[in-house]
Design a protein around this ligand. Structure first.
Ligand SMILES: *Cc1c(COP(=O)(O)O)cnc(C)c1O
Length: 389
């Protein structure tokens, strides 16, 4: 009986409502203020949020925009990237890290990843640099910084700008220095599943360079300055006041949210190890780079022996949420069919896309729920062991 109850209750991959519930009154108050002000764009919350995030990310300049995807596109626009230019980027990432390059007619060049952290391999980046390289986009995947110190060092040796894709990594740090404060520009997303998630779309760019940040703002506002005088061909990309109001509330609780995620991650590490699934090589735990402060936007395990998809189906049958970030590397996407991409081997990228499995992780996930996830994984392996015997 007990087992049946457990099986039927399931575990969600993410529960945004449960995470938001304790802050409901704060949200309503903040949103009502915006409603009553009538300033749905360019309201005071936008400026306040930018200032608060500048403090949080330890960068002097923050520019809000409509999404993380726009943050990346705006960064490349402001760097004058276009046809004939090459941009080095990992293939094991979300589409937006790459579509910003192809949309501007530039050419993505794909670096492989480190097998332990899933993050871009600095040695691979370095070996791909040519005179055509106009930017490097390291992605801080799953909430852990890439080796951004080495990447920035390599880039500055060649005078190449670094565009940090920090969409999954707000609050993360490398050598205690925050994500988004290392490169020429940092790009963040407020998509609802990100660690600082809005109630809709939103994004921001960070920069230590005031003149470059000003250029980002120019491109985000139709390249218009003053009104109806267009200096460059920009786009329309704004963070609206409702999102800014929501994000200000959530920013106040971001520290606790990250602590909650870290607790969840540490419990998974312990429970998966105690179950013997790590020692016998069936599952590999996510690896923490000792120089990184990980904020656990995702908890990504590797599943050995080609069993990832079977395990995922088994969990789905038991209503245990999981996801594959990402099943198809960018160089193999249908939209790029027929395109020849330069790279120097993407074996680790392709292996990761076959083996990675992302387990439920959010601040309010309970230990009881995590035990259900672990029990389901353990029973998958014991069931298959019986079949084999
Ligand atoms: C979410 C994400 C983006 C895009 O952000 P949006 O706000 O959804 O446009 C870009 N890069 C990475 C790595 C992401 O995870």
């Amino acid at each position: 009986m007990a087992q049946q109850n457990q099986a039927s209750s399931g575990v969600p991959l993410l529960d945004v409502n449960r995470d938001n519930a304790p802050h409901r009154e704060e949200f309503i108050e903040a949103l009502t203020e915006v409603l009553d002000s009538g300033r749905f764009l360019f309201g005071p919350d936008v400026t306040e949020l930018e200032a608060e995030l500048a403090g949080y990310c330890q960068v002097p300049n923050v520019v809000g925009c409509a999404s993380g995807s726009d943050a990346l596109l705006l960064s490349l626009l402001a760097l004058n990237i276009g046809p004939g230019d090459e941009v080095i980027v990992p293939s094991f990432t979300f589409f937006a890290s790459v579509s910003c390059v192809t949309r501007l007619g530039a050419t993505p060049v794909f670096a492989d990843i480190c097998p332990d952290t899933f993050n871009v391999d600095p040695a691979s980046v370095e070996s791909l640099i040519t005179s055509k390289t106009k930017a490097i986009i390291p992605v801080h995947l799953f909430g852990q910084c890439a080796q951004i110190d080495r990447i920035c060092q390599i880039a500055s040796g060649h005078d190449i700008p670094v565009v940090e894709d920090a969409a999954q990594a707000i609050g993360a740090a490398y050598h205690s220095r925050p994500a988004g404060s290392w490169g020429t520009v940092g790009c963040f997303s407020f998509y609802p599943t990100k660690n600082l998630g809005g109630m809709g779309d939103g994004g921001m760019m960070t920069s230590n360079d005031a003149a470059f940040a000003d250029r980002l703002r120019l491109f985000a506002g139709h390249g218009m300055r003053p009104r109806y005088y267009h200096k460059v061909v920009g786009i329309n990309s704004r963070l609206d006041t409702f999102q800014a109001a929501v994000l200000r509330v959530k920013l106040r609780h971001l520290g606790e949210a990250i602590e909650g995620r870290s607790t969840v991650a540490a419990r998974y590490d312990r429970l998966l190890t105690e179950n013997g699934m790590v020692d016998n090589g069936q599952i590999t735990l996510p690896v923490r780079d000792p120089n990184a402060f990980h904020v656990w936007n995702q908890y990504a395990i590797r599943v050995a022996d080609g069993r990832r998809d079977d395990l995922r189906s088994y969990l789905a049958e038991r209503k245990i949420g999981s996801e594959i970030y990402y099943p198809i590397p960018m160089h193999q996407q249908e939209c790029f069919e027929g395109m020849e991409f330069r790279h120097n081997g993407l074996a680790e990228t392709e292996r990761a896309s076959q083996e990675v499995l992302n387990l439920p992780v959010f601040p309010s996930l309970t230990e009881a729920e995590q035990l259900r996830v672990i029990d389901a994984i353990a029973s998958f392996y014991s069931a298959s062991a019986k079949v084999a015997a």
